[in-house]
Design a binder for this molecule. Structure first.
Ligand code: CTP
Length: 422
């Protein structure tokens, strides 16, 4: 562990273990942190399980580091946020029982053994003890290490997906992300869970969260293809099918997202939206509306997606965007048609339409252009302030974009001419 995490992070774990010893509780690092540590994948997102009162321990840890702590008493969990932004999730070791498939579990305090038994896959049941005397001891009660070595995703018991159907999505995410295989029995259980339609019982917010996790993977297209293999696209919308056209469009989206990421403009706020736009593009407009009403995506993103669905159903003559993208037009027309669209939409249009170059120019040239003159300059030139200023500045920008002015003198000449004509 010492060799695989940064030194200050190792000290943090060590001191957590010393604190645990002083408070007479046992503390373990568990779940994804341990899995990724053993696989050599950087992940400092640590989850702790405390045999004892997790919330009290989290508060003590927060005091020790003068950190913030937020608690969720119902679940016996807390999050400690250190001054440098590092968060540590702390949970009381617990058992969970499920009263109905897809519902949230009922929680009771218990031991690490019980806590690990309720988890999804063997590779996520590994724990590392942190207490001073046992720092670094691996707890492997379900053959997690063996499955990490065999690259296998395996559930702990036959009812795992019935307890929590979102685990089917998780299995596919881990399979694709880690390049692992699904254990045969696990794959059969997943197919059965899909056939039983357990997903219909999940609340829209849980389904949305799971869908977002899928789309936020590093390679969402692979993960979506994995969902399609299990006939899971139906939970996005029953009419949504995996076709070669969709596969092609998603590949193009992946390429466009990667291109944008290389521009050093800063990352897209919601790259996942571009993938959802590609999925929605396969559906008729009413189905898009139904889907977006069902998922609880944020408003800005939902609007961007609806906008595309609505644009496509408009008659061609009334869709300035489609016409602009299709024809040879002046740069100023491209700029004016595209300037209010979110970046995610532009990236989607780059993947979807033949107007790639226009989008490239928009990001790399048009958006950076500005006239040399500003309002103050117009005033100094003796032009009377008023609405005319905006018209002049707009026109100067168009002229810059179209290359009809090149120098400051050109701009002054154009501004004067407009003032005279008004
Ligand atoms: N877990 C589970 N069943 C779920 C969700 C989570 O058993 N439906 C358990 C797993 O043991 C998992 C741990 O809770 O390792 C933490 O969950 P989460 O943070 O979602 O998973 P990670 O394994 O850390 O996955 P990721 O790398 O995607 O963050």
């Amino acid at each position: 562990m010492k060799d695989r995490v940064p030194a200050p992070f190792f000290s943090l774990l060590q001191e957590t273990g010393e604190l645990a010893e002083r408070r007479h509780v046992r503390v373990y690092a568990v779940g994804g942190f341990v899995r990724d540590l053993l696989l050599g994948i950087p992940n400092l997102d640590v989850d702790l399980v405390v045999e004892g009162d997790g919330i009290r321990f989290a508060k003590a840890l927060a005091r020790r580091y003068q950190a913030r702590v937020t608690t969720h008493n119902r679940f016996g969990t807390a999050t400690v946020t250190l001054a440098d932004g590092q968060t540590i999730d702390v949970a009381t070791a617990r058992t969970e029982s499920y009263e109905a498939p897809g519902a949230l579990p009922t929680v009771k305090r218990s031991s690490i053994k019980e806590d690990l038994r309720r988890r999804d896959f063997t590779i996520n049941t590994l724990a590392i003890r942190l207490n001073a005397d046992h720092l670094g001891d691996l707890v492997d009660l379900h053959g997690g290490l063996r499955d990490l070595q065999n690259k296998t995703i395996r559930v702990l018991h036959g009812l795992s997906f019935i307890d929590d159907p979102t685990r089917v999505f998780r299995a596919i995410r881990f399979e694709q992300r880690l390049g692992f295989q699904l254990d045969q029995d696990t794959a059969v259980l997943m197919t059965e869970a899909v056939k039983m339609g357990l997903f219909h019982r999940l609340s829209p917010s849980r389904l949305s969260a799971e869908f977002l996790h899928v789309l936020s993977e590093r390679e969402p297209v692979k993960t979506l293809a994995g969902l399609a293999d299990f006939n899971l696209l139906q939970f996005i919308h029953p009419q949504l099918k995996w076709t070669s056209g969709l596969a092609r469009l998603l590949k193009a989206v992946e390429k466009a997202v990667a291109w944008h990421a290389g521009l050093s403009l800063g990352p897209l706020a919601s790259p996942w939206v571009v993938y959802v736009m590609a999925l929605m593009d396969q559906l008729p407009q009413p189905a898009v509306q139904e889907t977006l009403a069902r998922f609880t995506f944020p408003r800005r993103e939902t609007q961007a997606m609806l906008w595309w669905a609505n644009t496509q159903v408009r008659p061609y003559e009334e869709a300035p965007l489609l016409r602009t993208l299709d024809r040879t037009v002046k740069p100023s027309e491209t700029f004016r048609t595209l300037r209010n669209l979110p970046d995610e939409t532009l990236v989607f249009l780059m993947a979807k339409t033949r107007a790639k170059q226009k989008i490239v120019d928009m990001f790399t040239i048009y958006r950076r252009m500005k006239p040399v003159l500003n309002g103050t300059d117009l005033k100094t030139m003796g032009l009377k302030p008023g609405p005319l200023y905006n018209r002049i500045l707009d026109r100067l920008l168009d002229a810059r974009l179209d290359g009809t002015v090149e120098t400051e003198t050109d701009e002054r000449r154009l501004a004067r001419r407009m003032a005279k004509q008004s």
